[in-house]
Write a new protein. Structure first.
Length: 256
């Protein structure tokens, strides 16, 4: 992406909004992890091209045939491999260290925000780092019980098959995550929407909730989304791994 004087001006506007208004909350989605090598599941070549989500990502499908779903989960594990936070995640962690960013609300399950250094992360869709037993409710760390390269599904000590602690289709969003996200959205002065078109409930509610209480909405996406023409005040077009480091740089220049 070649940057133009207009791009630099929009970056300065975004930096000024963050510095003047403080208290930033970010809503992130698959787009921020693409540059860590995690493909957007919904995009062509993504996991849902190879595995029909109706057959593999429904909670009923898991209950009916967990061994089959675990084959998909293993393939997914191989695709995601040892993903590391990219400059987009690191940019958000720097925004927290600078005292502006308070909370990250994410639709991702990869824990890359926590690994980059963000300390208050609301996970709408759970986390793939934990496994949970649907029989007895016991939780395990994935790396404790799940060995890559194995064929059979990991099991609980009660012998039931374990499920990744991520939200499958047909399962509710964890109540606590919903409540925390709504509170964060109402309290923020700047809402950053990064790498998501936020069209899927409940993420779709968050930018609107922030806007209603007077927040400035800054959007960072590769392409315009339904938000761009509605709630977005400042649209930074481009990949989050390019834009966020530049935004942090611009903020640092502003505050010295
Ligand atoms: Zn169990």
């Amino acid at each position: 992406m070649k940057s133009t004087p207009e791009d630099a001006e929009i970056l300065r506007q975004a930096a000024a909004a963050i510095v003047e208004r403080g208290h930033v909350v970010a809503l992130t989605g698959a787009g921020i992890s693409v540059d860590s090598g995690i493909p957007d599941f919904r995009s062509p070549g993504g996991i849902w091209d190879r595995f029909d989500p109706m057959e593999y990502a429904q909670i009923e499908a898991f209950r009916a045939n967990p061994e089959k779903v675990w084959k998909m989960l293993r393939a997914l594990g191989d695709m995601v491999g040892d993903a590391e936070p990219n400059p987009g995640h690191i940019g958000l962690a720097q925004l927290e260290r600078l005292g502006f960013l308070k909370t990250v609300i994410t639709q991702n399950v990869d824990r890359l925000h926590q690994r980059a250094g963000n300390t208050d992360v609301v996970e709408f869709h759970g986390s793939d780092q934990y496994l949970v037993c649907l029989q007895c409710g016991k939780r395990y760390e994935d790396k404790e019980v799940n060995q890559r390269g194995k064929d059979d599904a990991p099991r609980c000590e009660c012998n039931a098959v374990l499920k990744p602690d991520v939200v499958f289709f047909g399962e509710p969003i964890p109540e606590e995550a919903l409540v925390r996200a709504q509170m964060a959205a109402r309290e923020c002065k700047v809402m950053m929407v990064v790498g998501t078109s936020a069209v899927v409930f409940p993420a779709s509610q968050i930018p609107f909730a922030a806007k209603r209480t007077g927040a400035t909405v800054i959007e960072v996406n590769l392409e315009a989304t339904p938000l761009t023409g509605s709630v977005t005040d400042i649209f930074l077009k481009g990949s989050s791994s390019t834009i966020l480091p530049k935004l942090v740089e611009t903020i640092e220049e502003t505050i010295v």
